[in-house]
Design a protein around this ligand. Structure first.
Ligand code: 5GP
Length: 342
């Protein structure tokens, strides 16, 4: 449906290496034939499902492929252009800085390279504004988290406003949020916005309760917050009291099997409450989707009209991490575009 492509959209939850398209993966593979990696090892096709654990194995394969400044520049540039081609007008990309001794990649040059891709797309006139969230992989523990916050802070001050925040992600079954709390608190104190993956699996209640006290500026997934799936009313109340927007990724959760079906997705629970809920892709490459498709799926599953969908994409503007002038600019863009889309 052309409506969903033409709909101007905001993407707030996109992991760089999970967003790499089949086309780009093929380009990387052709540079590294000795790795013996095939395209079907990096994407989960239509109708296929994996466990969350298997999804994390897929990221490992992609990380093997994307391991130099050159790769990151290409991958980030392609991902930004693909989001733009899908009608995304504002994108917050997140990625975990990695070092690779083989190629001389450092965490610092990793971030610099993503920033370079963002700047190059701007110079090339790609019709999208992009900001960057530096990601903490929870598997790497306290010290790395603290180190990552320091790096993010440096770049927040030196990147002309392109680095706006911090993401907490990685395998939710590993580690505990309490060990990361000091790093997250420090990030918040220095002005970095926080988007945290919370309650992605059912066993994270206590951790979620603790991390909600920060409070974060946005929540990734929040699949098991509400009482109907074993969460609790007190968690829901905390989220609502602080009006913390949720980033919701339908296909990712269905394919990763943390949600049994589209119709049972927690989007409905939060949408019915009128709570700020932002439709996102998570990993458009790995889960073979794009943001237009995710909006269309939400609409067809939950019976949303075009006008409802328009409101949903417009309300996402209020949830971005970039400052107020960007919010105003985007709101104006939505006003200008409405007659073309309807
Ligand atoms: P990267 O940070 O390398 O650009 O993107 C891939 C990484 O994002 C993964 O290794 C993982 O840490 C994180 N990630 C991607 N998708 C998900 C997800 O659905 N849940 C969680 N918790 N982390 C994810």
């Amino acid at each position: 449906d052309i409506f969903y492509k033409e709909l101007p959209k905001v993407e707030l939850h996109a992991h760089l290496n999970g967003s790499v398209s089949v086309q780009t993966i093929e380009k990387v593979i052709s540079r590294k034939p000795h790795l013996n990696i095939e395209q079907n090892m990096t994407a989960i096709g239509k109708g296929q499902r994996r466990t969350l654990d298997e999804c994390f194995q897929v990221f490992k394969v992609i990380h093997q492929l994307v391991d130099s400044e050159e790769d990151i520049l290409m991958v980030a540039t392609d991902v930004i252009k693909e989001f733009a081609a899908d009608g995304v007008k504002y994108l917050e990309l997140r990625s975990t800085p990695r070092e690779e001794t083989k190629t001389g990649l450092t965490k610092k040059s990793y971030i610099e390279t993503v920033i370079k891709a963002i700047q190059q797309c701007k110079i090339d006139g790609v019709d999208i504004d992009v900001r960057f969230l530096v990601a903490i992989d929870r598997r790497n523990g306290t010290e790395v988290a603290m180190e990552t916050v320091k790096l993010a802070e440096e770049f927040m001050l030196s990147s002309d406003g392109l680095v706006v925040g911090l993401d907490l992600s990685g395998d939710p079954t590993v580690g505990h949020g309490k060990d990361l709390l000091p790093a997250l608190q420090k990030a918040k104190n220095c002005g970095l916005k926080l988007s945290l993956h919370l309650s992605e699996v059912p066993t994270q209640q206590e951790e979620t309760d603790l991390l909600l006290n920060l409070p974060p500026d946005r929540i990734g997934h929040g699949t098991f917050l509400h009482p109907e799936v074993g969460g609790s009313q007190s968690l829901v109340d905390k989220v609502r009291k602080n009006n913390i927007p949720l980033e919701l990724c339908l296909t990712s959760n269905v394919k990763g099997q943390t949600v049994p079906s589209y119709s049972k997705h927690h989007f409905n629970y939060w949408y019915q409450l009128g709570h700020p809920s932002v439709i996102c892709t998570d990993d458009k490459g790995v889960f073979s989707t794009d943001l237009s498709q995710e909006y269309q799926l939400a609409a067809s599953t939950f019976g949303l009209s075009h006008e409802d969908v328009w409101k949903l994409s417009q309300q996402a503007i209020d949830c971005i991490f970039a400052p107020d002038d960007m919010i105003q600019q985007l709101k104006q863009k939505w006003v200008d575009m409405k007659p073309q889309v309807f």
